[in-house]
Design a protein around this ligand. Structure first.
Ligand SMILES: Nc1nc2c(ncn2[C@@H]2O[C@H](COP(=O)(O)OP(=O)(O)OP(=O)(O)O)[C@@H](O)[C@H]2O)c(=O)[nH]1
Length: 307
């Protein structure tokens, strides 16, 4: 047992403070990122890599007077391709979910489908699950909400059910209020200003990856990854060299686009957002690299940060 940790917890236990790891899961597009951003406010900033050594990758931390919610990353759910990448991801998903204190399972108001059920199946039986019904603002007929809740609550024994709108911010406080008593009594694990333990380098690769997903859309090649090859800070300037890794030579052109225009747009949009995030100048150079079969090579995965 780590004495320092036990000590920190004891300090606050008497005050009834609660701290826990929380995973937000749900099918693509239900609003998980929007919800996380809403809950932690503007604070998706930076950086201290020391906490990377703990058992989870932290994506954001919410600390209020009575509790600390430590939100952790769960990689996407993949069902179509059976190769090392997906085996590794699914393994990570169930490991993470059996190890957190609480799971927020997010669905969209009025819509529950096979893809939602698949996500629910991956959540271990013993996990405490709060059902978050997002996008209630989209429901034209509010009277449909109660019958919908009755339908969905048959799927599993949820500890709480909270309808809200992550985008409008309505009822998000109720989610935190309902979830607080479900966290274990313990002192905070992180200082209040330690918002996320993701390094600037990691954030740069995430921003770039997000742009690739958004701007390539359906054309996005399977098995694409981003590797930050160089990250240098000179005063208020950051020099970032990033490689977009594709599985096949044929995919290179998709990312680059006609006359290089796609890649130019991807990197310029990523640069603008990184400059805002870092509050400084960013020089971002991006190129595309082919690593054949990388998605099938577990060692290559490890080198890219997957476990
Ligand atoms: N109307 C409405 N739209 C929302 C709400 N929350 C999220 N959205 C929209 O839903 C879309 C998907 O939101 P994301 O937060 O990216 O969803 P996600 O679950 O993180 O998606 P993946 O990263 O693909 O797993 C975006 O266009 C959001 O603006 C909400 O409460 N109401």
């Amino acid at each position: 047992m780590n004495e320092t940790v036990a000590q920190t917890h004891d300090d606050h236990a008497g005050e009834g403070f609660r701290t826990g790891f929380v995973a937000i899961v749900g099918r693509p597009n239900v609003g998980k990122s929007t919800l996380l951003n809403r809950l932690i406010g503007q604070k998706i900033s930076i950086v201290s890599s020391k906490a990377q050594t703990t058992r989870h990758r932290v994506t954001g931390i919410l600390t209020n007077a009575g509790a600390q919610f430590v939100f952790v990353d769960t990689p996407g759910f993949q069902t179509h391709h059976r190769n090392a990448l997906n085996r590794s991801m699914n393994r990570t998903v169930s490991q993470v979910l059996s190890d957190v204190d609480l799971v927020f399972f997010v669905i969209e108001a009025g819509r529950i489908g096979e893809d939602d059920r698949k996500v629910l199946e991956v959540i271990p039986a013993g996990a405490k699950v709060v059902l978050v019904i997002n996008k209630v603002d989209q429901l034209k007929d509010k009277a449909r909400l109660l019958p919908f809740i009755d339908q969905v609550r048959t799927l599993r024994d949820f500890v709480e059910i909270v309808p809200l709108s992550a985008e409008k911010g309505s009822n998000c406080d109720a989610l935190i209020a309902a979830a607080t008593p479900l966290l274990p009594e313990a002192g905070p694990m992180y200082d209040e200003d330690e918002i996320t333990d993701r390094s600037e380098r990691f954030l740069a690769s995430e921003f770039l990856r997000e742009k690739l997903f958004r701007l390539l859309g359906d054309e996005l090649p399977y098995g694409i990854a981003v590797e930050i090859e160089k990250f240098e800070v000179e005063g208020n300037l950051r020099r970032i060299h990033a490689a977009v890794i594709v599985d096949r030579a044929g995919h290179k052109g998709i990312v680059i686009g006609k006359g290089g225009e796609k890649l130019k747009r991807i990197s310029s949009e990523a640069r603008v957002e990184l400059e805002k995030l870092f509050d400084g100048k960013v020089f971002l150079e991006v190129w595309v690299k082919v690593k054949s079969g990388w998605a099938d090579d577990e060692r290559a995965l490890k080198s890219l940060g997957y476990e």
